[in-house]
Design a binder for this molecule. Structure first.
Ligand SMILES: [Zn+2]
Length: 368
């Protein structure tokens, strides 16, 4: 896997592919503070917190805050300031619409431009300031790592019905039957991923997470923990929700990992076939898998991936409750919008996906 660091000045000199087309649509909603130009526009500065934060820091001669948690908190502060600014400036009908329709939700939503991370709307940004176990959201990166080691030789495996007492059973006790990689992603099949995890090098998996900047430190994890990380079934590793969203965006924007936390941007080389495998799995997730509810609500084809983990709050675990995630990408053929939804005390398929889809529906009405 090749990757190279792009000096930020080079990246800013030319917009990532697709930005100009999408900006034309955004302009209808963001016209009050829209400016022409590339990344240095007020639009980008105001609506891309990472760049905004970087500029703010460099203007003051400040160093980026050290440590992953400090950077996450800083990033969330930027999101909150952004939210206040957008309200004060009456910046766009998207944020207004989200506020009017979703302000009473108990969950959180972040909507960004897939191509550059520009924030289009956010609800309860403070919930994104912590790190969380990503649950099954991680499975697409297990696919990337597996592809590096085995190419497209994904097996077809059996996911049988199991009793609730069976620790090796799937989350769906009815089982998923014969499962290939597309169905395994669509239904988030734990039995499938648990088995391919044993055919995947732990070091290669961690280096893939590092490449997507989902993890800083790759030492100190046992092989058993790393294999659980591949399935999304461990609480021993957490990451920032905004990093996960950015990594998903990189899968659909030619590998562009836009800057976050005042860091640099870079390009990741991702094999086209691996991207296609993930694309098929995430479309099927919305057609007949765990993201079905999102497609029903939006009424549009889209890409979706759910994640659920035990409730994790400030380092303590509630074994009786879960928290749910959903990442949605729209349009399905060439995604332009990325949605991250978080349902505390919920599940990915039944709580986070409907929440994210409700926000996406509002956005689709404004932009399409
Ligand atoms: Zn299964």
């Amino acid at each position: 896997m090749n990757s190279k660091n792009e000096p930020e000045s080079n990246v800013r000199a030319s917009c990532p592919p697709g930005v100009d087309t999408f900006r034309a649509k955004q302009a209808r909603c963001l016209r009050p503070i829209m400016r022409t130009g590339c990344s240095r526009s007020l639009w980008t500065a105001g609506f891309q917190p990472a760049l905004w934060a970087a500029d703010f820091q460099s203007a003051l001669g400040l160093c980026p805050p050290g440590g992953q948690e400090a950077r996450a908190t800083f990033h969330t502060l930027a999101l909150i300031v952004l939210l206040l600014l957008s309200t004060l400036l009456d910046a766009g009908s998207i944020q207004q619409t989200l506020n009017e329709n979703l302000s009473r939700t108990r969950g959180a939503v972040l909507i960004t431009n897939v191509h550059n991370g520009a924030v289009l709307g956010v609800i309860q940004p403070e919930l994104f300031s912590k790190q969380y176990p990503p649950g099954s959201l991680i499975k697409v990166f297990t696919v990337i790592a597996y592809y590096k080691e085995h190419g497209d030789a994904f097996p077809v495996l059996s996911c049988p019905p199991t009793l609730s007492s069976d620790s090796q059973g799937c989350w769906d006790r009815n089982g998923h039957g014969k499962v290939g990689i597309t169905d395994a992603l669509a239904h988030s099949c734990n039995v499938y991923f648990r088995q391919i995890a044993h055919q995947l090098s732990p070091e290669l998996f961690l280096s893939t997470l590092k490449e997507f900047e989902l993890i800083d430190e790759t030492t100190g994890y046992s092989d058993e923990t790393i294999r659980k990380m591949m399935v999304g079934s461990t609480l021993e590793w957490s990451t920032d929700p905004t990093r996960i969203l950015r990594a998903y965006c990189a899968l659909f924007n030619n590998g562009y990992l836009y800057p976050l936390y005042a860091g640099a941007s870079k390009y990741i080389k991702i094999e086209e076939e691996a991207k296609q495998i993930i694309h098929r799995g995430l479309i099927k997730s919305s057609e007949e898998g765990t993201s079905m509810e999102a497609r029903r609500i939006t009424g549009r084809p889209l890409l979706g991936k759910t994640g659920t983990s035990w409730l994790w709050n400030n380092g303590s675990v509630s074994w009786r409750n879960t928290q749910g995630w959903w990442i949605g990408l729209y349009p399905a053929d060439k995604p332009e919008i990325a949605v991250l939804a978080f349902a505390p005390n919920g599940r990915g398929a039944t709580d986070a996906a409907p929440l994210g889809a409700s926000a996406l529906s509002l956005l689709i009405k404004e932009l399409y």
